[in-house]
Structure formats: structure tokens, C-alpha cells
Design a protein around this ligand. Structure first.
Ligand code: BG6
Length: 511
């Protein structure tokens, strides 16, 4: 891996949770692995008045608590912290940007960071226009060989719907060029999500089967075992569709379904990903009524502990119709996937935390071993486990030794943890490093974000405007509304129930 150029990472929203829990811990992990350049600095920026020392102290806590390597490398924290600085700034105060510019110049001079700035907007989305605008006004967006490069990472949510997503793209493009913009989707930074590309395109055995001729259906699940955890205020205006489906789940779908790229360059891969999103079959009224399920968790006992329902959460309307669960069925209208249904689901307060892609292969054309009770002929599945216990599992039937032809389903199971010396970096480590290196492959391009909004917009409209649109309650700790089972309508085919299946597969399950 080449080291990134010397630079300053400027984090707006530095007093927030993301900086404390994810960004600075990930930067420390990169530091421990010697992935950061010789000269680099981190400048935290937010409204709170803090000294460098106070900010460093807080970040130290975050590193100890949340970084992968902090506990084993506590001795390195003191070597890391001197490159961390803090600058208070009121985003609406033009003068504050003058101070910011001066501070950046000073850090450049002290640390040798050469005028290369990577901005990170970890702020409420309402500030996504004003900050870039002010940076541009103070020429902090300009890049040239003698002034260094300027890049900007934007956290999700990238817009609230199609209209606002488009408007945001338009606004940002007034101040930064597309190749300076890095729209983050942390799912794309997960190792196992990237491994989808390697599984598909580095192995001759999978790709010939990866199409409508051999695949019966595809299932993608991202379940969480916790509720909104104090984020009710944010979540109430978002819901699972905007929070998880429009971005993470559709981006994973694009990686599962895309054509082979011509190279592994960002442009090639992103071109193929967007073609998948463009091929999503527009949802009809019938789909909205029957193939998209919206759920909301209700009070229940979870792992022996009583938990409150979503409507009782702080910051949530007691009559809220915001969904904490979405399951849906859709199609990708292209030659590879014609006729293959895709099923995706995500939810808060489901029985366990698991993300997996499940490829269900078609059964053999004839069932020779029909008498067999244990082996169901839909048994060939490939599970790509995104988290936890990252790995891959292939299920197939074998003969039980002895008389006759008793068939049993067995597993070929690969766990990343079995690899010697494997360190699985966090998504933020990978994505921050890529942005420092100017590699946007794992970031979402503006057109892809808009295309994804375009696909989910009819759902937003239907749920918002049609009083008939159903919202199903489900007890916290269950697998969501029962009605979701009806999406996968064929006999003997159900969602893969990770807890049951995980236990059978010998994989960690929270229950
Ligand atoms: C975030 C959502 O993007 O992803 C959260 O805003 C969600 O609501 C989180 O909990 C899930 O991410 P992960 O990496 O824990 O699966």
C-alpha cells in the first residue's frame, strides 16, 4: 500500500459521537499500523469551546474504548495525540473561517502537511451546504500543485428524498468538483462487502453460476439487536428506509448484482454499480401495497429485560408512523437477473445483530432422492457473512454413509478469523485511508445516490400520503412483522432465520 500524501484531516462536528466512537479511533488504528503519512494532523472543529488539551483527553477516552488496537497499544496513544488539534468554529460565522484558515496555515507550517486538506462533514445535514460554501468563500476548496489538494467527505444522510438529494448534489458541485467529493457509505468499507468483488471476480467457479440460470433468489439481511438507543430525535425524521435501505442495502445489492468491471479503478466499478441501480424495476402500486413491508417495534421482553416500544422512545412522536423495520421484494431488469427476485430486510430490535447476503441456488432439475426427509432440495446456498464472524458458507448435500441414498446438508464454512495474522480493519479505517489516497472506489457517486433515491421515492410518497399504507407492529426482539414471511411466497422457502441457522452453522449468535 502506498502511503497517503502529507495532509490535515479537518473534522467538522468534532464534538459529536461519530468522531469520538469511530473516526479518531480508526485514525489511531491507522497510526499504529503506520498507514498514516510521515506528516499528518487532525483538526477537530465544532462549536463547543475546547482547548487542544481537552479535546485530546476526550479523544484518548474514545480510543481506549472504541479503537481496535487501543488496548494493546496504549503506549502509542501519547505519540499519536500531539498531531490532534482543535479549533472552535460557529459554522454560520464568516470570521470563524478566517481563523480556521489561519490555523490550517499554522499547522501546515508546524507539521509539514503541505496544504493538503481532507474535510470531513460529520455534522447535522442542515450544515452540508453552509460549510462547503464558506470553505469556498475563503478559497479553502482550491487545489493546485502549489497549494495542495482539497477533498471533502460527506456523511449520510445524503438528502432526505430525491428532491433534496438532487439539491444537495447541485449545491456541493457549486463549491467542489465531483472528484473532490466523497459521499461515505460505511457499508462499502466493510471488508466482507468488498470481498464480494473478490469472491465474484477472482474465482472462476462462482461467476458462471451467478445469474438467472442458476440462482433462484437472493436475500440480503441487516438486522440489529438494539433499538434507536437515544437517537430517537434523528431516527424519527429518518426511519429504516432512509437510514439503511436507500444507502447501505442498495449499495450491497449493487455489488452482488453488478457486471464485472473492466478494471478495478473507481470509475469502472462505480459505472457497473450504478447500472444495477438504474435497472431496478420501478415499484408499482401493487408492489407498494404488497411487496414492501413497514414495521415498528413495540414494547416487549428482550433477553429477559423489558424494553420500551419505539413510540415511547425519547424524541419520538407517540403516534409516530416511522418505520424501524423494512422488508421488500424487488427485481433487477437486466439480462443477468431477469426473473430473479431480490429480498432485503433490515430492522432495529431484531433477535440478533447480523448482516448477510444469501445466494439461493436453483434446485436440481429432477429430485432423485425424494424420500429424504432431512434434505430439502433448495439446500444449495452461499452465505456471505458481512458481520459478525465475517466469512462465507456454502451448503450442499452429501450422502450419509451406509445403505441407500440418505442425503444430508453439510457446510463448507470459512471464517476470516481462521486466517493467520488477519487483522480485519474497521470500515472507517479503510474509507479514511482511501480518501487520503484519493481513491473514491468505495464512495458513492452523486448519480448513484440520486438513482437510489429515485427507486425509494415512491415508497416514501406512498407511506406519507396514503392513509391505507400499513404499518405493522412487531414485538421488540422478534424477527419483525409476520406478514414479511409472505413476501417469500414459495412453498418451503422462507427467509433464512439467522439465529436458528447460525446456531446450526456454529456461528456466534447473540441470543
Ligand atoms: C448507520 C445507521 O448508518 O448504520 C444506524 O444510521 C445503524 O442506524 C448503523 O445502526 C448500522 O451499522 P453497522 O455497521 O453497525 O451495521
Amino acid at each position: 500500500m502506498t502511503k497517503p500524501d502529507n495532509h490535515i484531516l479537518v473534522i467538522f462536528g468534532a464534538s459529536g459521537d461519530l468522531t469520538y466512537r469511530k473516526l479518531v479511533p480508526a485514525l489511531f488504528d491507522l497510526f499504529v499500523q503506520k498507514s498514516l503519512p510521515e506528516n499528518s494532523a487532525i483538526l477537530g472543529v465544532s462549536r463547543t469551546k475546547l482547548s487542544d488539551a481537552a479535546f485530546r483527553e476526550k479523544m484518548k477516552m474514545g480510543i481506549l474504548k472504541f479503537s481496535n488496537l487501543g488496548k494493546d497499544h496504549e503506549d502509542k496513544i501519547d505519540a499519536f495525540l500531539p498531531q490532534v488539534f482543535y479549533q472552535p468554529l460557529n459554522t454560520f460565522e464568516a470570521d470563524d473561517y478566517i481563523h480556521l484558515k489561519e490555523r490550517l496555515g499554522k499547522i501546515d507550517a508546524e507539521c509539514g502537511t503541505e496544504g493538503n486538506y481532507l474535510y470531513y462533514l460529520s455534522t447535522p445535514p442542515s450544515l452540508y451546504k453552509i460549510i462547503p460554501e464558506n470553505l469556498a468563500q475563503h478559497k479553502l476548496n482550491r487545489q493546485a500543485s502549489n497549494t495542495g489538494w482539497k477533498r471533502i467527505i460527506i456523511e449520510k444522510p445524503f438528502g432526505y428524498d430525491l428532491k433534496t438529494g438532487k439539491a444537495l448534489n447541485k449545491d456541493l458541485l457549486k463549491f467542489f468538483k465531483e472528484d473532490q467529493l466523497y459521499r461515505i457509505d460505511h457499508y462499502l468499507g466493510k471488508e466482507t462487502v468488498q470481498n464480494l468483488l473478490v469472491t465474484r471476480f477472482a474465482n472462476g467457479i462462482f461467476e458462471p453460476l451467478w445469474n438467472r440460470n442458476y440462482i433462484h433468489h437472493v436475500e440480503i439481511t441487516t438486522s440489529e439487536s438494539i433499538g434507536v438507543e437515544g437517537r430517537g430525535g434523528y431516527y424519527e425524521g429518518s426511519g429504516a428506509l432512509r437510514d439503511m435501505v436507500q444507502n447501505h442495502l442498495l449499495q450491497v445489492t449493487a455489488l452482488v448484482a453488478m457486471e464485472p468491471p473492466t478494471t478495478i479503478e473507481a470509475a469502472s466499478i462505480r459505472n457497473e454499480r450504478i447500472k444495477v441501480l438504474q435497472s431496478l424495476r420501478p415499484l408499482t402500486k401493487h408492489d407498494l401495497e404488497h411487496n414492501v413491508i413497514r414495521g415498528q417495534y413495540t414494547a416487549a421482553k428482550v433477553r429477559g429485560k423489558q424494553v420500551i416500544g419505539y413510540r415511547e422512545e425519547e424524541g419520538v412522536d407517540p403516534d409516530s408512523r416511522t418505520e424501524t423495520y423494512v422488508a421488500m421484494k424487488f427485481h433487477i431488469d437486466n439480462w443477468r437477473w431477469g426473473g430473479v427476485p431480490f429480498y432485503i430486510r433490515t430492522g432495529k430490535f431484531l433477535p440478533t445483530r447480523v448482516s448477510e447476503v444469501v445466494i439461493h441456488f436453483k434446485p436440481t432439475p429432477q429430485s432423485l432422492f425424494v424420500d429424504n426427509k432431512d434434505f430439502c432440495n433448495d439446500g444449495n446456498i452461499l452465505v456471505i457473512r458481512i458481520q459478525p464472524d465475517e466469512g462465507m458458507l456454502l451448503k450442499f448435500g452429501v450422502k450419509i454413509p451406509g445403505a441407500g441414498f440418505q442425503v444430508k446438508n453439510v457446510n463448507m464454512n470459512f471464517h476470516y478469523s481462521d486466517l493467520q495474522e488477519t487483522y480485519v480493519p474497521s470500515a472507517y479505517e479503510r474509507l479514511l485511508l482511501d480518501a487520503m489516497n484519493g481513491d473514491a472506489t468505495l464512495y458513492a457517486r452523486g448519480d448513484a445516490v440520486e438513482t437510489a433515491w429515485n427507486f425509494v421515492q415512491p415508497i416514501i410518497d406512498y407511506w406519507e400520503n396514503d392513509p391505507e399504507a400499513k404499518l405493522h407492529g412487531y414485538p421488540a426482539g422478534s424477527w419483525g412483522p409476520d406478514v414479511a414471511d409472505q413476501l417469500i411466497e414459495q412453498k418451503e422457502i422462507t427467509w433464512r432465520y439467522p439465529c436458528k441457522n447460525l446456531a446450526e452453522d456454529g456461528i456466534y449468535c447473540e441470543l
